[in-house]
Design a binder for this molecule. Structure first.
Ligand code: ZN
Length: 266
């Protein structure tokens, strides 16, 4: 590359896009603070999109130091008001190790099982949002009808059961098993869980899946959406459904929230 040439941003490479490198941290403490700041921002992003659902819904992020512990939102604080100092550190069993608030321990069970059974998962997101809960009533997976939907092609599962509000440990384990190695699971008559190798990825998949469900409903209300053929859907899923794609795609929203709502860092 000559001096006069600037490196291009996103470029198409074989089977995907070339993404910018992920951040590196000088210490685990620095990474912990980064994850907490991003988690508080993620709750604000959910609120901005109307994805919050009363006292339900959680986004959890694995602690980089105590790797079997997770940061989660305080019970009863609206997502739009959550700050870094409100976040609660919880172990696998739901014991609070740090923080000034209580948590929704019942709902936390599913996140705990997902994090325990998927050591590669850094973050998980779940909320009873409008379109995800509506789609979950259908007891089916998302067809590849758009580029957004292709992000989840052969990379999401259906948990075809429902045991009531407070998920038991056994149901939590069944949901985590249904998720398997995929990025999302649709839980019939309940809603959706998305996961990621970064906080940003789990949050972005939730937002993108909500959009794909909305597309499905809008299109289905006036006709029968055409499904993308399997080979093309698989190609598109590799192009727009990678861990790096999910991570980087949240950047504009993350930057907007961090600039517009700096009190979240308190
Ligand atoms: Zn739920």
């Amino acid at each position: 590359m000559g001096h006069s040439e600037k490196e291009l941003g996103l470029t198409l490479v074989k089977d995907g896009l070339k993404w910018p490198p992920m951040p590196e941290f000088a210490s685990p403490q620095e990474e912990r603070l980064h994850r907490k700041q991003r988690l508080a921002a993620a709750y604000r992003i959910f609120a901005l999109h109307g994805l919050e659902s009363g006292i339900g819904g959680h986004i959890t992020v694995r602690d980089p130091i105590l790797t079997d512990h997770f940061w989660v939102n305080p019970l009863g604080v609206h997502f739009s008001r959550i700050k870094v100092s409100d976040l609660v550190l919880v172990d696998h069993e739901g014991h609070i190790k740090e923080g000034h608030h209580t948590i929704n321990a019942a709902a936390y069970a599913i996140h705990s099982s997902v994090h325990r059974l998927r050591p590669d998962v850094i973050a998980a997101a779940h909320s009873h949002s409008r379109f995800s809960t509506a789609f979950a009533t259908l007891g089916r997976t998302l067809p590849p009808i758009s580029q957004e939907a292709c992000s989840f092609y052969e990379d999401h599962a259906l948990y075809d059961g429902y045991d009531g509000v407070a998920a038991s440990d056994s149901e939590a384990i069944r949901i985590a098993n249904a998720l398997g190695s995929k990025k999302a699971v649709i839980c019939r008559n309940h809603g959706v869980f998305t996961v990621g190798h970064s906080l940003e990825e789990a949050v972005f998949w939730f937002i993108r899946m909500e959009r794909a469900f909305e597309q499905f409903f809008l299109a289905s209300s006036v006709g029968v959406p055409v499904e993308i053929d399997p080979a093309t859907a698989l190609l598109a899923s590799r192009q727009v459904g990678s861990h790096q794609s999910g991570w980087y795609s949240l950047t504009p929203l993350m930057d907007k929230i961090l600039i517009e709502q700096p009190d979240l860092l308190d």
